[in-house]
Design a protein around this ligand. Structure first.
Ligand code: 5GP
Ligand code: MG
Length: 178
């Protein structure tokens, strides 16, 4: 397969969005000592930049969910591969996710977290692909709305590659005969 990577969102645009999201989160939970729940692996770069940009006292936890096998299409079945390590009861929880696509992943995680009785549960998403939604998801903080393209970079992979890219690019595939 022949493919190329085309820039969708530049590093400067990402930086501006991080500043805006951090300000919104600081306004809402800056004095609440929130718990950021980062969804591995795709959100780790986003979470690292955003959490530092908020500059507020907070805890960080990691969960790992997967719905993708190899390739570019979600399987739709969500598996929790790593759960919470500390209780979140009574805490202000902010979930950090790279992309909401069909909504299956965050739908599953928000139900899992709600059962643990946090004081408040908010969702912060770098990229929202609304055209692909199959389950309703309420997003509290959105970086960008993006078209139905397979994207990589800024922590987001394609078969574990391209996480190192500083910006967000979409994959353009071409057939060999053009
Ligand atoms: P959902 O469960 O909402 O269908 O999918 C969410 C997860 O699928 C995201 O956390 C992300 O890991 C993955 N995903 C969705 N769209 C893309 C994409 O364009 N590129 C990559 N690499 N992963 C995606
Ligand atoms: Mg993800």
């Amino acid at each position: 397969m022949v493919f190329s990577l085309c820039e969708l969102i530049s590093k400067a645009e990402i930086d501006r969005a991080i500043g805006r999201l951090a300000a919104e989160i600081r306004r809402d939970v800056g004095d609440k000592n929130p718990v950021f729940v980062c969804i591995l692996k795709g959100s780790f770069v986003f979470a690292a930049d955003l959490i530092r940009a908020t500059g507020i006292p907070a805890q960080v936890q990691f969960v790992c969910l997967s719905s993708y096998g190899c390739g570019m299409e979600t399987s739709g079945r969500v598996k929790m591969r790593l759960g919470l390590r500390e209780p979140v009861a009574g805490k202000h929880v902010v979930v950090l996710e790279d992309i909401v696509d069909t909504g299956a992943t965050v739908h599953h995680l928000l139900k899992y977290l709600a059962r643990r009785k946090p004081a408040d549960l908010k969702l912060c998403v770098l990229l929202d692909k609304p055209s692909r939604r199959r389950l309703p998801v309420k997003i509290d903080y959105t970086g960008f709305q993006v078209p139905d393209r397979f994207v990589v970079g800024y922590g987001i992979d394609w078969n574990e590659d391209f996480r190192y890219l500083p910006d967000i690019r979409y994959v353009e595939t071409e057939t060999e005969d053009g």
